[in-house]
Design a protein. Structure first.
Lengths: 134, 111, 112
């Protein structure tokens, strides 16, 4: 929870947390209900899977082009932005300079995301990579 | 049902069973090994992506019956690639019956 | 659409526009970059997909939770290993992660 606490200490961060690969185990702090946090986990998982698949496709056409492994993504809304690095996510207000600060902290604290998303996400949560996904 | 039983269906040019990490478990058909590996890898990522997006649809629509997703089909101009569970196959559109192939893939995936 | 203006963003390596089907319409590449028009054309297709999915998420989230603030969507960014792509509408820019100013990029795309 250390990274999440640090993120929550920044004014303008609405909520932050960790989502699991399957989207059914998660932890969070901030202005979300349990149900909303579960939804946020499912949303983060879907986006992370999408962008990772895309990076594999780019890589197969343009090897070592610098896109893989994907580190995260940002969805910019009208007043709120959702950003994710590895298996951490944050909901933040669209305040000046906040997005850059949050991204810098997330990239620095979470560290470089490895090539194997599955192993990476499970390792952080102490899970089992052999567990059946479906 | 073995992979060979799917391969003999009209239109099927390659079929493969893949692991959760995208590695090939079994494969049959007219694809060179490196392309078969790519197909398995692609199918696993596609499965994850479709699964993620189906979860979203299910979540936001609050409608039962979508999630967990079972498979996907991408129909191209003359080729189709389709998958059910951990099975994926390539089909020549001119010759194949998609219904029959999807049924066979589902049966094999659950073995 | 002023792509040259987009190239003035910190760390910009490429700027591009695409149509609603994801086909690249125009592009500018920084001299010496490894990126090619072929890679950009792949990228523009994924940009359309990501914006569409993010739009669905924004709509679904607001409808289900009653929380507002996501719509209208102002863009989507994928943070790769060495560079990030930031897109909105029919325009996008690729920036080096080391120099990335995400806010400036989103703001530039908003007015573009």
């Amino acid at each position: 929870m250390h990274i999440v606490k640090q993120l929550m200490a920044i004014p303008g961060v609405i909520a932050a947390g960790e989502y699991a690969y399957r989207g059914d185990r998660f932890s969070y702090l901030g202005a979300l209900t349990d149900e909303f946090a579960r939804m946020a986990s499912i949303l983060c998982r879907a986006n992370t899977l999408s962008v990772n698949m895309q990076s594999e496709i780019f890589d197969s056409f343009a090897e070592n082009c610098g896109c893989r492994p994907v580190q995260g993504w940002i969805a910019r809304g009208a007043n709120v932005t959702v950003c994710a690095v590895g298996n951490y996510f944050a909901f933040i207000e669209n305040r000046e300079e906040l997005l850059n600060d949050v991204m810098t902290i997330m990239r620095a604290k979470v560290g470089d995301i490895g090539d194997d998303l599955l192993v990476n996400l499970y390792a952080k949560l102490g899970g089992d990579t052999k567990e059946a996904l479906y | 049902m073995s992979l060979r039983k799917i391969l003999v269906l009209d239109g099927v040019t390659a079929v493969c069973r893949f692991r959760d990490d995208g590695a090939v478990m079994e494969a049959q058909g007219m694809l060179p090994p490196d392309l078969m590996e790519r197909l398995a890898h692609f199918a696993q990522w596609y499965r994850r992506m479709v699964s993620g997006n189906t979860d979203l649809l299910s979540l936001f629509s609050q409608m039962r019956g979508w999630s967990p997703s079972q498979g996907w089909v991408v129909k191209g101009a003359s080729m189709t690639v389709c998958s059910h569970g951990n099975m994926v196959c390539l089909v020549d559109n001119a010759q194949g019956s998609l219904n029959e192939i999807m049924r066979a893939l589902a049966e094999t995936a659950h073995e | 659409m002023n792509l040259e203006k987009m190239m003035e963003l910190p760390g910009a390596m490429a700027a591009f526009t695409y149509n609603d089907r994801g086909e690249m319409q125009s592009h500018v590449l920084r001299e010496g970059t490894e990126l090619t028009p072929q890679v950009l054309d792949l990228l523009t297709r994924s940009c359309v997909a990501n914006l569409a999915i993010a739009g669905m998420e924004a709509r679904g989230w607001e409808a289900l939770t009653g929380q507002v603030g996501f719509q209208p969507l102002q863009g989507f960014s994928v943070v790769g290993l060495e560079w990030s792509v930031v897109v909105n509408g029919n325009c996008g820019v690729i920036v080096k992660n080391r120099d990335a100013d995400y806010e400036a990029a989103f703001n530039a795309l908003k007015t573009a």
